[in-house]
Ligand binder design. Structure first.
Ligand SMILES: CC(C)(COP(=O)(O)OP(=O)(O)OC[C@H]1O[C@@H](n2cnc3c(N)ncnc32)[C@H](O)[C@@H]1OP(=O)(O)O)[C@@H](O)C(=O)NCCC(=O)NCCS
Length: 177
């Protein structure tokens, strides 16, 4: 487990296990409820979640014995050419935001994906999600596209509203260069 000390606590990152699911789902649901994290309007089951997200790249941040956040990714395509391109999600519990937990999770994701030969990690961020954009820009991601009115959420605070997203990516310097 990697650890880092900040002003408020010791936070470590370790692999996500099935027993973390209630915490992971609760933190995911809190992000969904903001209306600015994802087009998804509900969480899934552990089985569905785990089936689409490789275990080697599922991580949780833990502080004081509590799960504070998580990160996971999915392949963007089944095509061999894109075998090293994944799309991730990162969620931090509301009361743990703003103290670097998201950065620890992104660092863990970058380390595990690079170790597995993955060269590009990408995500889509709603234009309004300033915290996520700042987090990603500070951790080696760049904006590669602005998608206008790319979709409408079916439910939640932004239901029915066409939303713009920013596509961000981090291209590894050590894999496939
Ligand atoms: C986006 C998110 C993962 C960031 O994680 P975090 O641990 O709070 O990240 P950090 O502490 O490194 O903060 C990142 C930046 O956002 C700012 N920030 C964090 N929380 C914030 C908040 N609630 N409101 C405004 N700004 C915030 C921080 O000041 C920091 O900016 P800086 O680097 O310029 O100082 C977290 O806010 C979150 O889980 N949000 C809900 C789910 C979500 O939107 N996920 C991302 C989907 S793309």
């Amino acid at each position: 487990m990697t650890t880092r000390t900040d002003s408020s606590s010791d936070v470590g990152v370790r692999p996500m296990v099935e027993a973390d699911w209630p915490d992971v789902e609760r933190i995911w649901a809190a992000g969904i409820a903001t209306g600015d994290a994802t087009f998804e309007s509900s969480t899934s089951t552990w089985d569905v979640f785990a089936a689409g997200r490789p275990a080697a790249h599922r991580h949780v941040a833990v502080g004081g014995g509590t799960v504070l956040g998580w990160v996971a990714c999915s392949p963007t395509s089944s095509g061999a050419v894109y075998a090293g391109v994944v799309e991730h999600s990162v969620y931090v519990a509301p009361d743990a935001q703003g103290r670097g937990v998201g950065g620890l999770l992104l660092d863990a994701l970058v380390a595990s994906t690079e170790a597995a030969g993955i060269w590009t990690v990408q995500s889509s961020i709603f234009l309004e999600n300033e915290a996520s954009l700042r987090l990603h820009l500070r951790h080696g991601f760049r904006v590669v596209g602005h998608r206008e009115r790319v979709g409408r959420a079916a439910a939640g605070p932004a239901a029915g509203r066409w939303r713009d997203t920013l596509l961000v990516e981090r291209r590894s310097d050590v894999v496939g260069s």
